[in-house]
Each structure stands twice: as C-alpha cells, then as structure tokens.
Design a protein. Structure first.
Length: 361
C-alpha cells in the first residue's frame, strides 16, 4: 500500500463545485493486520475523503480495538474513528469507559463509542450476548462515568478521573433493541440493511425510543450495509451466502422472508470456524451454504438489503436511505481477515462523485 501522499484516487469530496454529500460515509476496517498496516489504511480513507472508519471488536479474531483506534487516531487529523462494535460482557463497563476516554483524548471530537450485545466477542469464550436489560444498565454506567458522575459498583461508589464526553452509539436490528437504542444512545447503527420497508420500520422504532426519552429528532442513525460496485449482481452476490445464512441463524429468517428472501439454515453448519459471518475459509463457508441459500435468494438479498450494483444504482439506493432520516452509511466488504482495499478506492472513485452531485436535502 502506498503512502497517503502518493495516492491518486478521487477523494470523496473532490467533485468540483458539487454540493456536499447527503450522508456521512464510513467504512469498516477489521483489525486483521499489524497495527502499522491498519493505520496506513485509515490514512488512505482520510485521504480519500471518508468521514469515518469503524473498527470491530472481537478479541480472538483481531487486534485489540482500542489500541488500534488510538493508533489510527494519532496517525490522522480529520477522520472520525469508532468502534463497531465493542461489548459490555468481556469488557467491564468501567474498563470500556476508561478506554473510550483515552482514545477520545487522542482525537478530541473524533471518537465514537459503538456498543452492541457481543456475538463474536462473547460466544467463542463461552459467554452469552447481553440482554436488553443488561445493555440498558451497563450503557448507563458508561455514560455516567464519562460524564464524571459517581457510580455504585456492588456497594462501592467510584468515579472516573479525568472524564471526557464521548458519543455513545448502539448497534441494533430487532424492534426491542432498536427502540432501546433510540432511548439510551446518542446514535444508532442500524443492522437491518437498506431494504426500504425494513429501514423505514427500523427508523420508526428508533424514533419511538428517542421520543420516549425526550430527545425526538436528536438521535443520529447510521445504516450498515455490505457494498460492492458491480454490473453483475447475481455473480457477485454468491459471496454473501454466509452473511444471509448467518442472519437467518440469529433469528432473522422471518425478517428476510418479508422481503422475499427465503432461507432455512440449521443452527450449526459443520466445518465452518468460528461462525458463518466470520469464517476463516470464506469459500468453504460459501460452499457449505449452497444447500441452504439458493442463488436466487442471495441475489434478492444483495439487491434488497445490500449496496450491490452499478455506481448509479448504489447512489440511488443511498439517496433513498437519506430520505428515511439516516445521517450516515457504514460500508462493509465481505471478509473478516482482509482489508477493504478494493471497496475503499472503488466507492471513492465511482460512487461518491454521484453522491456529491446530488442536491442536499
């Protein structure tokens, strides 16, 4: 990878005389390589004009998310850095608050603490994801500590020295967690993809929670979606079979069926480690899912829930995303152990200028 001064790709904001993009654009960077390489990729994202990089947290799969976030923040000047997402099971809320405060000090105003129920962090070590009640309680503890308040820890009252305000975002997909996220978080990372009806329903649940907490209209929404620029969606969509199957395994089968994507997957698919969504051998996982996810179903999934298509098609889908009130999009490539080099440059070069040229809403 070249240094930031050598890159020639078109920056996201480089369209001369164009209006600002409707959505803030972020991209997922799994911490799957040595820290120095990861910092270079974040620097490239900054040079290309991306607004945010999101770093997932799974201690057995990747480098420590807070160490990488601090290094990325120190190596950049403008781009936002966020966790997408960390958890409050393997990490005590007090530890999360301290880590978040530390990264925020490195990059004032640029760090976002994204939180979720755990999944790939907790299940490989024999723990279970957080319940809604646990998320409510533990996110409340983190917020109180970052606000400089005292917290009761099993009868011991303690506070965080040198606190710093950090925006808290919560990832959610189901109706209960979407409403909870709208209630307790500053922002929500929507995991329901870009299917218009589902996205509108998810947005409504978030706003219900925000209204219940007296902050209607003040909760930002970031839409997470797998993305590939292609003029052959059926061929490209095959790589999404483990993603589609993983959603069905986690209770999303009825949700997919509402959009005409019918998938029937057992709770365990043998031979895939550690799970379908984070498979170490992706081609093996794709082949293992062939019997459960048809080519027609995964093509429908790519078209309905993901940003798969030509630059013009992706730009149009993102315009629709903006119309439901989303403030940002969070792009993902397929794969947990590779960096998004192709997506990083292709989206900036081919899709972003079309976003920049669109009128602001």
């Amino acid at each position: 990878m070249t240094s930031s001064t050598d890159r020639t790709e078109t920056p996201l904001d480089a369209a001369p005389g164009a209006a600002a993009p409707r959505l803030r654009v972020g991209i997922r960077i799994p911490p799957c390589r040595p820290v120095g390489e990861l910092v270079e990729v974040v620097q490239q994202a900054e040079a290309l004009g991306y607004d945010q990089v999101w770093l997932p947290d799974s201690q057995l799969l990747w480098r420590d998310v807070y160490a990488v976030a601090a290094a990325a923040a120190a190596g950049t000047r403008r781009i936002g850095v966020g966790t997408a997402v960390t958890n409050v099971v393997t990490r005590h809320p007090a530890v999360v608050a301290s880590a978040a405060r530390t990264v925020a000090e490195v990059a004032p105003g640029r760090f976002t603490l994204g939180l979720g129920v755990g999944n790939s962090s907790v299940q490989p070590v024999g723990l279970r994801p957080s319940t809604g009640a646990e998320m409510r309680e533990r996110v409340g503890v983190i917020r109180a500590l970052l606000d400089g308040e005292e917290v009761d820890f099993l009868g011991v009252r303690s506070r965080l020295r040198d606190p710093a305000p950090v925006p808290l975002h919560m990832a959610a997909s189901g109706p209960k967690n979407l409403r909870l996220a709208g209630e307790i978080a500053d922002g929500v990372i929507l995991l329901s993809g870009v299917a218009p009806d589902n996205l509108a329903a998810s947005s409504a649940r978030v706003q219900e929670g925000a209204a219940a907490a007296g902050k209607a209209g003040r909760v930002s929404m970031t839409v997470s979606a797998f993305c590939r620029v292609t003029d052959d969606v059926p061929a490209a969509a095959r790589e999404l079979k483990p993603i589609c199957a993983g959603i069905a395994q986690n209770g999303g089968g009825p949700f997919l069926a509402l959009a005409g994507v019918h998938v029937d997957v057992p709770q365990h698919v043998p031979g895939v480690y550690p799970d379908l969504v984070h498979a170490e051998d992706w081609e093996l996982a794709v082949r293992a899912c062939d019997r459960y996810v048809s080519d027609e179903a995964v093509t429908a999934f790519a078209r309905q829930f993901c940003l798969y298509g030509t630059p013009e098609e992706i730009a149009a889908r993102l315009a629709a995303v903006a119309q439901v009130g989303a403030t940002a999009v969070f792009l993902q490539h397929v794969g947990s152990y590779t960096l998004p080099d192709e997506l990083l440059s292709t989206f900036a070069r081919e899709v972003s200028p079309r976003l920049s040229a669109a009128p602001a809403r």
